[in-house]
Design a protein around this ligand. Structure first.
Ligand code: NDP
Length: 485
């Protein structure tokens, strides 16, 4: 087993950096409640050093060919895969998520992003636009400059890579701030990028709480901010970025619907509902937490769901047999517990779970409520914990209106065997990421992101390139210039 203690609290200009004057941040292992490391928040001097290093590194990095930049990113992807076990153990220490998950979903997903964007770096070009009389315009795809990445705590390795890979492929430099709850993994990403040949200063990590994020966003030297976090934080960051007219990508929260029609393959729909509510102990932004089940199959669905929930293996996340781990923190567990109490108070029917597990760490049982109505708090607000709400419906038009009646629009899913209905429903969903007969896939090849309050911009795929670069138009006149006088 790896030692989770980091070499130092930050990674700046190609090396670990420390300043003991920063506020101490204990790193707590969610499975035991024990402190496994202690770091210090970045002081203003360190934040300044990180941005200055990125700014300094930028011109040479942006001037390299896409092929050269891509080679470094792809080398980093290979190193991440070689070290997958070590990185997965670290991810488990950082978040509490079971090793069974982290071995296949975190460093591997980060490596996919580095490989994908490393692969397309050499293909990024502008275009040639022909005008009259031989005149023409060509466009140059240029880097934005210093980008700031700010992460949530649920996927610390993946979020760092999903932001760094497209940013760096386009020739930007980045300063990344992880969530203070999970400060360990992004440091390893920086270390691996350095080992892969990334020039010093191109990717920096500064740890700390919201004030460190705020200082980064406010800095005049920063051209773009990409944040993964909650809607309230996203709104604050968007406002602060607007003050400096900075580019933004906002990957925020959700309360996504999953609709199970009467003709669905019920076993598959239950698998989708389990994946979309209990993977990572329910701490996933795109989770389908409002499961609308057609009245004709509701009883069969709930009976079989309860049976399958009984087979969840809760326990030591480092044991690969464990498939349901603790929540990330005491605080997040309390938030989920309060929502469970609210659900009971407002009349939802508890079908499974609902209690804290009697053992060390922040374990909450996977919980299912049935007979949930649209007006209940648990059906309206993002819980970000292992709590599934099952709601009934009978009619397609009715369920579509209800599914879309939310300020969120991150994801949405439909289970049906009716092909035309599946596509009609997907088209009608007010959501950025939709699923037909599956849930929560997030391959790097496809755009990921939300509409309405759930976000602005897209991560992954070729779309992300548009959010980390801008086009310069160069007009060329072949003949004389006509002027009115
Ligand atoms: P928060 O919104 O609390 O925090 C997100 C990040 O922003 C943290 O690093 C936080 O620092 C930082 N931050 C807080 N205040 C500011 C500020 N004023 N300026 C700059 N940065 C700030 O989210 P959580 O970490 O609690 O993550 C859970 C949320 O993230 C959920 O709503 C979830 O839906 C969403 N999420 C969205 C995803 C998506 O892709 N759409 C994916 C994963 C999660 P710190 O916490 O250290 O104080």
């Amino acid at each position: 087993m790896i030692d989770p203690k980091p070499t130092a609290s930050h990674f700046i200009d190609g090396a670990y950096a420390e300043d003991d004057n920063g506020a101490p941040i204990p790193v707590i292992y969610a499975a035991t409640g024990e402190e496994i490391a202690r770091i210090h928040a970045a002081t203003p001097a360190l934040v300044d050093r990180a941005i200055a290093a990125a700014k300094r590194a930028l011109p040479a990095w942006a001037a390299m060919t896409g092929t050269e930049r891509g080679r470094i990113l792809r080398r980093a992807a290979d190193i991440m895969r070689e070290r997958n076990r070590e990185l997965s153990e670290l991810e488990t220490f950082d978040t509490g998520k079971p090793l069974q998950e982290t071995l296949v979903a975190d460093a591997t997903s980060g490596a996919d992003a580095l490989e994908y964007f490393g692969g397309i770096a050499a293909t990024l070009t502008g275009e040639h636009i022909q005008l009259a009389d031989g005149d023409f315009v060509y466009t140059r795809r240029e880097a934005l400059g210093v980008c700031v990445g700010i992460g949530a705590w649920n996927y610390p390795t993946q979020i760092a890579c999903w932001k760094a890979a497209p940013a760096l492929a386009c020739g930007n430099a980045m300063v990344f701030k992880p969530s203070e709850t999970t400060p360990l993994c992004a440091l390893k990403v920086a270390e691996i990028l350095k080992e892969a040949g990334l020039p010093d200063g191109v990717f920096n990590v500064v740890n700390g709480a919201g004030d460190v994020g705020g200082a980064l966003v406010a800095d005049d030297r920063v051209a773009k901010v990409s944040i993964t976090g909650s809607v309230p934080t996203g709104k604050k960051v968007y406002q602060a970025a607007a003050a400096g007219m900075k580019h933004v990508t906002m990957e925020l929260g959700g309360k996504s619907p999953m609709i199970v029609f009467e003709d669905a393959d019920v076993e598959n729909a239950i698998s989708g509902a389990i994946l979309g509510n209990f993977y990572s102990s329910g701490q996933i932004c795109s989770n389908g937490t409002r499961v609308f089940v057609h009245r004709d199959i509701k009883d069969a669905f709930l009976t079989r769901l309860a049976e399958r929930m009984g087979t969840a293996v809760m326990g030591d996340p480092m044991d690969e047999a464990t498939n349901f781990g603790p929540m990330v923190s005491d605080g997040q567990m309390t938030i989920a517990q309060n929502y469970i109490a609210k659900g009971l108070e407002e009349g939802a029917r508890l079908v499974a779970g609902g209690r804290r597990v009697e053992r060390d760490g922040w374990y909450l049982e996977p919980t299912v409520f049935a007979d949930v109505t649209d007006d209940m708090t648990i059906a309206r607000e993002e819980i970000f914990g292992p709590v599934m709400c099952v709601l009934d419906f009978t009619d397609e038009a009715e369920v579509m209106t209800r599914a879309n009646a939310t300020e969120y629009g991150l994801a949405a899913g439909v289970f049906t065997r009716d092909l035309a209905r599946a596509h009609r429903v997907a088209a009608a969903f007010e959501a950025g990421t939709c699923y037909i007969n599956t849930y929560n896939d997030a391959p790097v090849e496809a755009p990921f992101g939300g509409v309405k309050s759930s976000g602005v911009g897209r991560e992954n795929s070729k779309e992300a390139i548009n959010h980390y670069s801008e086009m310069k138009s160069v007009y060329v006149r072949m003949g004389d210039v006509e002027a009115p006088f």
